[in-house]
Design a binder for this molecule. Sequence first.
Ligand code: AQP
Length: 329
Amino acid sequence: MNKQRIFSGIQPSGNLHLGNYLGAVKNWIKLQNDYDSIFCIVDLHAITVPQTPQELSKKIFEVAKLYLAAGIDPGKSIIFVQSRVNEHAELMWLLNTITKTSDLTKMTQFKDKSAKEANFESVSAGLLNYPILMAADILLYDTNLVPVGEDQLQHIELTRKLGRKFNQQFGETFVIPEEFIRKEGKRIMGLDNPLDKMSKSASSEYNRINLLDSPEIITKKIMKAITDSEQGIEYSDQKPALKNLLNIFSSITNLTPEKIASTYKDNGYKEFKEDLAEAVVDYLKPIQERYNKISDETVKKVLDNGAARARKLAQIKMKEVKKKMGMII
Ligand code: AQP
């Protein structure tokens, strides 16, 4: 029997952080054993907000190396850079023509990111159309399952909507995908603000723990993480900052957050944070060690090979799509 397929990606728009890892990459590593897996570095998505060309190339390479260091195995999974497979942009254009603008303006990510612009009229069309490109990424590969963090749920709902609409209008073409979201790690919040997710683009470095942060920096960031005004370690919605730290602790150990809270219930925040920092440092150490050993040559080969394999699949699908739409005569 053919394996089911998973597809997911990360934008090379900054430093990969613990939220990206616990919400997405950690699940990919397990799933690649049972699914036909495709993992993308979505640079076309990254440029929906301004990027410096030099920095973008560096980040594309860094994300690819981190995929490998984290345990994505190119022997099991396709790893490639989105812009090297033209069919993503091509399918996006076709899906563009069946997408309602009102479905795009109501997207939470669009609202959040466009709100950061001083003037709404100057928000790029790319930022608005971002979810159509994501739908193209997923539908292009007959994806069954999309392992992501919770923030991407709305985009996957739109992907399903567009896939169904196309199938109805032009005949059965696309597999309709489901999201794969694990309870643990599905939304890691900022260390400086427990009401917003940890994010690459947050202005303060104290918002996130980057996967390549040194032990000293990790410790400093966790010790400075905001905690709730009332003392006492408990896992509760009334203490969102502490709840987030307990969720992180839980995601990197096999312990429930309630169990960890009960272990520290008689301790102060300082001791709890010191132990959490040590646990995070130990958790990231093997990834960082592997990262430092992977050569640029290896990354280049993996990306060349991945692009060739992805392109082959994408070209077959695009031919079918264009035929259905009456473009291949
Ligand atoms: N805080 C988070 N908690 C859990 N999962 C998260 N993800 C992102 N942040 C968290 C998941 O990581 C994957 C890759 O995300 P992305 O690069 O496509 O963009 P994003 O979701 O917008 O992530 P960032 O870090 O906040 O980037 P910027 O600031 O550039 O927009 C996705 O599966 C996402 O769910």
